[in-house]
Structures are given as C-alpha cells and as structure tokens.
Ligand binder design. Structure first.
Ligand code: SF4
Ligand code: MG
Length: 325
C-alpha cells in the first residue's frame, strides 16, 4: 500500500547545559503504510517523544530524512510546511495543559478552526464533538468541568479539526484511569476505521500499544532494538528488553511522579548523555555476554519483517537454523 510516513536513518542530538551533548535518536528508521498504526514503545528517555517532534516538525533531524505523505517535512519551507502540518497532528498526554481554563470548549475548538481558516460555526463544532463521542452540550462547558477522559476526547477533537490524515499520539492514555483507557483506545480504533487515519501511537506500555498497533517499534536509549508486526513482537518478543517490558508489573509512567517502571531487568535507564558501550542495554540485561559490552549489535532480520538487534538472540537463531538444516 501507500506509505504515509517514511523515516530514514534519523540522528538527533540535543545540547544540554551541564550534561553536554545528548543523542536522542541514533539512526532510527520506520515506515508506516496509510491506515496503519505504528506503536512505539519504550521507557522515558528512549527517544519516543523526540521522534514525535521530528514527525510533526517541531524539531528537525541532524541527519536522515522524514517523509510525510510522500513529502520531506524536514526540508519543507513555509507554505508547504503549513500544508504538511495540517496533514499530521500531535495529540499529547495531558490536553488540559494546553486548554485555556477560562475558555469554553466550543470556543476553544472554534479557535482552532478559525486559525486554519476553516468554517467554525456551531454546526462544525458540534460535528467534531460528535466524532469523539461527546454531546453537543459539551461546547458550553469549561475544561475543569470535564473528566480526564472527556478532556482527552477534546484533545483528539482539536487534532481532528484540521482533517489530518495522520495522528501522532504521545502517551494519549497514560494519564487516564485504567477504566477510561479502554474507552479512548476504542474511540481511536473507530476513528482509524471511519476516517482512514494513520497513527503513530507512543507509549511506555507494551500492553496498551498491542491493542491497536499493526507494527511495533521498541526503543531503548535512542535506538530501535526490535521492530515488526504487532503479534510477533508482543507474543514472541525476541529482544531481552522487549521481554522485560512484556513481563513488567503494572507500568507506571515515569513522567507522572508515579513509582518507577519495574522491569525484570534491574537498574535505571542510563544517562543518554553517556550511553553504555556496545549494546546500550548491557548493564541491565540478564543475558549480557562479554561481546555485548564492546560490540554494538545490528538490526538484523529475525523472521520475515521482524528485525531485532541482539547478539545472543541472533546467535541462538543462527544455531537453530544450522541444526534444523
Ligand atoms: Fe542483552 Fe547482549 Fe542482547 Fe544487548 S546484545 S540485549 S546485552 S544479550
Ligand atoms: Mg515522553
């Protein structure tokens, strides 16, 4: 099918005061077909949000390319950029932060439409509310009168106002109660089907992502370590980090002041300003061998469209192949 997003070999560094240069993304490549959902999974600091910012051109890569709907958003100039940005919208974890507490919901939605020179009458606002499963009366309410789930629906409605083809959802359900999460996921599934949308769904929780992703990219310290069809990655993950994410006890969001994510592996995520040598996961990996400390594993095909970067898993696979003839 047609490609909606094509990211090739993207590298992104940040200069941070006191910590020097931090590599947020190291040679990251992903592609997403139209109408597909790419799930991006990893802990805080793995580069997920940086990827979201590059896709929506809030940032530009140091090198590599970012193609949206067949055009280079990383190179686009004003007019083209405005047009491309309409095509790809970002939905944040906490829409409350970007809503004016003194502005009624209807006015907030009308404002987005006006900024983009789109019809902004009550009819269109009501239509947007209906699209995200809210009654028209929501237009008269203030943000503080809404529940977390209702506010996230407004966040999605705002993104949909400009009729994008792609939504980049950065931890869209992480701030919500578990009971509300399923409602929002179901809404997203319905919107994908009804509007033919393409999603990049970012989360620290593999369990959430597997509900709607067609493909999953698992990231660790700025690199993709495993990538493939959702069922292969979530049912038979090969990379030790993915296995750890899978067995993680109720995952808390590191960004929410909640208890830290518990993994089967031990230790904190190392500082991205000073990533470990060899395989970046080696200080926390229960399978680590000597070579893991010095030699960086490459992303290699495991089976079909499933790829991963791990010396030990790759050797095991090679041995199994040899034995089976
Ligand atoms: Fe663990 Fe080594 Fe594989 Fe890295 S390459 S995930 S350290 S076994
Ligand atoms: Mg983040």
């Amino acid at each position: 099918g047609e490609i909606a997003i094509d990211v090739r070999d993207v590298v992104k560094h940040y200069r941070t005061p006191g910590r020097g240069e931090v590599q947020a993304l190291d040679r990251v490549s992903v592609s997403v077909g139209r109408g597909q959902v790419l799930g991006v999974v990893g802990e805080s600091g793995c580069g997920k949000s940086t990827l979201a910012r590059l896709l929506t051109r809030l940032e530009r890569p140091d090198s590599g390319s970012v193609e949206i709907l067949g055009r280079r958003i990383d190179l686009a100039k004003r007019g083209e950029l405005r047009e491309l940005r309409r095509g790809i919208q970002l939905v944040f974890q906490d829409p409350y932060a970007s809503l004016d507490p003194r502005q009624r919901i209807g006015a907030a939605l009308a404002e987005v439409l006006t900024v983009h020179r789109l019809p902004s009458g009550d009819g269109r606002v009501g239509e947007l509310l209906e699209t995200v499963g809210l009654p028209p009366s929501t237009a008269g309410r203030y943000p503080h009168q809404l529940s977390g789930g209702q506010r996230q629906r407004i966040g999605i409605a705002r993104a949909l106002a400009v009729q994008p083809q792609i939504l980049v959802l950065d931890e869209p359900v992480s701030a919500l109660d578990v009971s509300v999460r399923a409602e929002i996921i179901n809404l997203l599934v319905r919107l994908r089907d009804e509007l033919g949308l393409t999603f990049v769904f970012i989360s620290h929780d593999l369990g959430v992502v597997r509900h709607l992703a067609d493909r999953i990219a698992v990231m660790y310290l700025g690199k993709i370590v495993e990538y493939g069809p959702w069922d292969v990655v979530s049912d038979t993950p090969g990379h030790p980090y993915t296995r750890a994410l899978q067995t993680a006890v109720p995952i808390a969001d590191p960004g929410l002041d909640a208890p830290p994510t518990e993994l089967v592996v031990t230790g904190e995520v190392p500082d991205a300003a000073n990533p470990p040598s060899g395989c970046r996961f080696h200080p926390r990996c229960p399978l680590a061998e000597d070579r893991c400390r010095s030699v960086e594993p490459l992303m290699l095909p495991a089976s079909g469209r499933h790829r991963l970067a791990c010396h030990v898993v790759q050797s095991e696979a090679a041995t199994a192949d040899g034995t089976n003839g």
